[in-house]
Design a protein around this ligand. Structure first.
Ligand SMILES: Cc1cc2nc3c(=O)[nH]c(=O)nc-3n(C[C@H](O)[C@H](O)[C@H](O)COP(=O)(O)OP(=O)(O)OC[C@H]3O[C@@H](n4cnc5c(N)ncnc54)[C@H](O)[C@@H]3O)c2cc1C
Length: 637
């Protein structure tokens, strides 16, 4: 592998010019001719040609977006902070965080106070938070993919508030799914699910196909697994065996929430340990941890066979299930996704908040719209979105109980600014709030610290064609031992004049997912380590891992990583999904006493939103929590 210097960089194409080195650090300042000015009224976003969705390289938590936060966390920021630049006018509301929650909060606030002057501050160079998009030009056409938040989809039906907001933006999820979503392009040409066994983990490189379509015996025929491991995977997936005889459904569920899925396989199903490397990463995309740190009941609740089919469990949620599996066990919400994921929702919210920024009239036409970033933050407009601005302090003026306003401090391009507002909503990552508001009660700070977000990486890889996928008969590949544990062809969605790729000869974007885990540790410790891993990894390492992995998985079908990879965007989310709690490691708190409930308490004129404050990593939660935070502030005079 690469760390040992055993791969040939030239063979992999590490010397090839692709769409990433011009923007190596996610900063396009030179290429776009933009000077990184220090003043709030002449920043890069105010210049022509500023268009972050088109940037490649390290995106998501891009360089420049988080260093100040880490120095604040480490207690160093104020030691060397510059004197503040004189403040601006008073705002009615300052919102920290321009993700879906922050943008929704601005919308709800203006519903009640239409003339309100609102400033939204976000540390990234683009708005949308996790709901961002990657935009490529491939073969002369626009190809879109989500950089983070993908689907309008949740474990439970959208609330009246969240559903009402997205419908008011012109999105009708069931109708859109019917009209634009059902493009089973890859199914129609017979592409299914595959798995890649890598030599380092399994002894030999081998890709198998037909998962879900062929009997497991056929799928695994040439897999580099022992005969016992193969037989046990076939048994786990296909046999109708009751491994907990003598117990009723409720008793079985009560047993299953107490053990990890790994222990279920080893100790109750009696599987050979050789099956574990195959299943280990199968839960990472959804939960951010492997099967060592997830209860067997949660895996069952998410709808997998995997040794549960013979238990004859009654459908539906049960006590001690996690939020996501319990919701999906009861049915889930409607489902639809735009070609750029929920970035279109963020665009539609911005269109509503600041006329003229996102041209067009319908939800459909927002997909192809070229956002005019220079209009996000102009003097005199009611709502302003100021990017590259990280908030380092928010304090009530006076005591919280008798607060007369809020003073907010933010850092932008090395300078410190102060701004005053009647009220403030912190819609950013909740675990940063104790550093922004050091005068919060200790119990609230401890609660906020508890919420360790889930780290993950969504890597977008542009390739010149997908003939190898067609030849291998796969549209997605699970690769449990590899750096990225899944790879899939960009799902097809045609909407608003945007059309997805149809021919395997055409260029396309691949979505690869990496979740850095440390099996054997509790979930939150794994997330902390994963967070550090993501930020410590250079683009060069990501690139080499991607080229090596794609070459080994697809090379036998003619894929040449040196020639066929044309662009790479690594969307790093060290602070990704909101923490939803884990029945294996977290206590069951009494109602109102869970960390996110204690943590989100209003502090004087400062209210707290973000999906973290609902402990659910979903867009409807981000919207619902924005609504709650706004309602809390509206009760104040
Ligand atoms: C890779 C990925 C995939 C996902 N897929 C889905 C999906 O398919 N469906 C779904 O419903 N949900 C998904 N989610 C969950 C997603 O988090 C939510 O749906 C939603 O986008 C969260 O919105 P938010 O506004 O609460 O938080 P965020 O999107 O995180 O926005 C908060 C913003 O505040 C900023 N901020 C934080 N602190 C500060 C500060 N001090 N100063 C200034 N700005 C600050 C952050 O940088 C960020 O830009 C996904 C998340 C990730 C990471």
């Amino acid at each position: 592998m690469d760390e040992d210097g055993k791969v040939d960089d030239r063979r992999l194409g590490m010397d090839r010019p692709i769409a990433r080195r011009d923007f190596l650090n996610g900063v396009a300042v030179t290429a776009l001719g933009l000077a990184a000015s220090s003043t709030a009224d002449a920043a890069p976003q105010d210049g022509g040609g500023y268009y972050p969705p088109g940037l490649a390289g390290l995106r998501g938590s891009h360089p420049g977006s988080f260093e100040v936060a880490h120095s604040l966390r480490d207690g160093k920021f104020w030691e060397s902070a510059p004197p503040p630049v004189p403040g601006e006018d008073l705002y009615d509301l300052v919102i920290v965080g321009g993700g879906i929650s922050g943008l929704s909060a601005a919308h709800f606030y203006r519903e009640h106070k239409p003339g309100a002057r609102i400033l939204i501050l976000d540390n990234h160079d683009d708005f949308g938070g996790h709901a961002k998009r990657n935009e490529f030009v491939l073969g002369g056409r626009m190809e879109l993919i989500n950089g983070g938040t993908l689907e309008i989809d949740s474990p439970r039906p959208y609330s009246r508030v969240a559903d009402g907001l997205i419908r008011s933006l012109g999105i009708d999820p069931p109708a859109f799914e019917e009209k634009y979503g059902k493009k089973e392009v890859y199914d129609k040409i017979g592409l299914g699910r595959g798995a890649f066994f890598d030599a380092q983990t399994f002894g030999a490189d081998k890709l198998v196909s037909g998962i879900g379509a062929k009997p497991w015996r056929e799928v695994l025929a040439d897999a580099p697994l022992s005969a016992r491991a193969k037989a046990d995977i076939i048994r786990i997936e296909e046999a109708d065996i009751d491994y907990l005889p003598g117990l009723n459904s409720a008793q079985k569920k009560d047993k299953l929430w107490r053990i990890s899925f790994k222990d279920y396989l080893l100790k109750i199903v009696g599987a050979d340990p050789g099956v574990i490397p195959f299943y280990q990463a199968s839960t990472q995309d959804e939960w951010g941890v492997g099967i060592d740190a997830l209860s067997a009941l949660d895996v069952w609740g998410f709808g997998a066979n995997r040794g549960f089919q013979g238990l004859k469990l009654e459908p539906g949620s049960a006590p001690h299930m996690g939020n996501t599996p319990s919701g999906y066990a009861d049915g889930g919400s409607y489902t639809f996704h735009f070609p750029d994921g929920n970035a279109t929702i963020a665009r539609l919210l911005v269109r509503r908040l600041i006329p003229g920024v996102v041209p067009g009239k319908s939800a459909e036409d927002a997909v192809r719209a070229q956002v005019n970033y220079a209009h996000l933050d102009r003097p005199g407009q009611a709502v302003k979105i100021r990017l590259s601005s990280i908030v380092v302090g928010a304090r009530n003026i006076g005591t919280p109980a008798a607060s007369t306003g809020v003073e907010i401090a933010y850092s932008r391009f090395g300078e410190l600014f102060r701004v005053r507002a009647e009220k403030c909503i912190l819609a950013g990552w909740n675990m940063m709030i104790p550093y922004i508001c050091p005068d919060l009660p200790k119990v609230q700070k401890d609660a906020l610290h508890y919420l360790v977000k889930i780290p993950l990486v969504y890597t977008s890889v542009a390739v010149s064609n997908w003939r190898a996928f067609q030849k291998l008969g796969v549209q997605s590949i699970y690769s449990p031992g590899c750096y990225h544990s899944t790879t899939r062809l960009n799902p097809a969605v045609d909407i608003g004049g945007y059309t997805s790729v149809r021919s395997p000869d055409d260029p396309i974007i691949l979505r690869m997912v990496r979740v850095p885990c440390t099996p054997g540790l509790d979930e939150r410790t794994q997330h902390r380590l994963g967070h550090a891993d993501i930020l410590a990894t250079s683009f060069e390492t990501f690139e080499r891992k991607i080229r090596d992995q794609l070459g080994r998985m697809l090379g036998p079908a003619g894929f040449d990583p040196a020639h066929d990879i044309t662009g790479i965007t690594v969307n790093r989310w060290p602070h990704g999904y909101a923490y939803e709690y884990n029945p294996l490691f977290d206590p069951q708190w009494p109602p109102g006493q869970a960390p996110h409930e204690i943590g989100r308490a209003r502090h004087g004129r400062i209210a707290i939103a973000n999906s973290d404050s609902g402990a659910q990593a979903y867009t409807d939660c981000a919207i619902d929590q924005a609504h709650r935070a706004v309602q809390e502030l509206l009760t104040l005079t």
